[in-house]
Design a protein around this ligand. Structure first.
Ligand code: UD1
Length: 339
């Protein structure tokens, strides 16, 4: 069994990916500093998969700890690197936290890849690198726009670090540009656990439906779209997790066409905020309290993926529907609130 290091493996996307890695016969090893996750998640993954998982709690910003880990774990064959900060607004308030946390950790890991002959590296990137796109759907060759937040900038710089490193070392890397991940595992054992007030749409919807929040604010209904609200490409987190396994297998099998590759991970379908609200009400039968308010600064009008490259070259396609994703998110919310 190939040992794969999953950094941030107890986080939202990381935990779902660990489950899929085990399903595919890999042996994941998790590093997580628990800054935005909890140890319960480990037990829950073990419950779903019926496997014991090696877990190390430390912060990847501490270089000596990173070096010690690789000294003690000589058999790592690949890395899936999720560990990073991801709140856009927080990154504007505290840019140095974001540059340190998202860039130092990547550099330390890549240095260890070089020192230890690890050649397979999957990176969590984001559709945020495209900014407000010139045309839709967005292909991977669309230009990368000037970042509108330090968070977005860390994703752009990280991609450049990977590209430059792959050009001169034996490293093979795939950057996966996520669109908007939503939903939870079908068992409702793992899902998204936002700390404090959720910034993202679907956790805000499910918390409002559960009575944790009074009302959902829809940020703007005066955009140039059919119903006036913003359009995004919402992808089920389990589909997203499976894409990581496919990408890793591609590198392990040397099927990559260049040492640094980029793929969009989305469904190819754009849905407006109001469509998501309506879909939630229809599939769950729960009435949502919501109001339309002003635009949120920094939001782009519409983004959705061209999925052709991921479908044809990677051989992966999102299979789950919006309804399935919303139902799973609701099942998860009800379980954690004991409703
Ligand atoms: C943003 C980032 C994305 C990042 C993600 C991480 C951009 C363009 N996107 O996604 O790169 O990975 O955060 O958290 O920087 N909405 C409401 N009410 C709410 C919450 C959201 O109407 O209470 C609307 C937003 O205005 C937006 C849509 O829902 O139109 C999705 O918002 P959100 O879930 O926050 O994701 P993004 O902003 O698309």
């Amino acid at each position: 069994m190939k040992k794969i290091l999953v950094t941030g493996g107890l986080g939202y996307i990381g935990s779902h990916t660990v489950v899929e890695l085990i399903n595919a016969g890999f042996e994941p090893v998790i590093i997580d500093n628990l800054s935005n996750s909890s140890l319960d998640v480990l037990q829950r993954i073990e419950k779903i998969t019926d496997k014991r998982i090696q877990f190390e709690k430390f912060d990847l910003r501490v270089k000596n700890d990173v070096t010690d880990f690789f000294r003690e774990n000589k058999d790592i064959e690949g890395i899936i690197h999720f560990a990073a900060s991801k709140a856009v607004e927080e990154s504007v308030r505290n840019p140095l936290l974001y540059y340190e946390n998202n860039l130092h950790t990547l550099i330390y890991l890549l240095q260890e890849c070089q020192n230890n002959g690890i050649e397979n590296f999957i990176f969590s990137s984001s559709c945020t690198v495209y900014g407000e796109p010139d045309s839709l759907p967005i292909t991977e060759s669309a230009s990368v726009k000037e970042a509108t937040s330090p968070y977005g900038n860390t994703k752009q710089i990280s991609e450049e670090i990977l590209r430059d490193t792959c050009a001169v070392t034996s490293l093979k890397s795939i950057a996966l540009r996520y669109f908007n991940p939503i939903g939870a595992h079908e068992t409702a054992e793992i899902g998204e656990l936002p700390i404090g007030v959720p910034q993202n749409l679907v956790p805000f919807i499910t918390q409002t439906a559960a009575g944790v929040r009074d009302i959902l604010s829809v940020f703007g209904a005066d955009y140039d779209t059919d119903d006036g609200s913003c359009i995004r490409d919402y992808i089920h987190v389990v589909d997203l997790a499976k894409a990581h396994v496919v990408a890793l297998q591609r590198l392990v099998d040397n099927k990559n066409v260049s040492n640094y590759e980029v793929f969009n991970l989305g469904t190819g379908r754009g849905s407006s905020v109001l469509e998501v609200v309506n879909a939630f009400q229809q599939t769950t039968g729960v009435k949502l309290n919501y109001k339309i308010v002003g635009r949120r600064p920094g939001d782009v009008v519409a983004v959705y993926a061209d999925t052709q490259k991921a479908n044809e070259e990677l051989g992966w396609k999102a299979e789950r529907s919006m309804e399935e994703a919303l139902l799973s998110a609701w099942k998860w919310e009800k379980k954690i609130r004991e409703l």
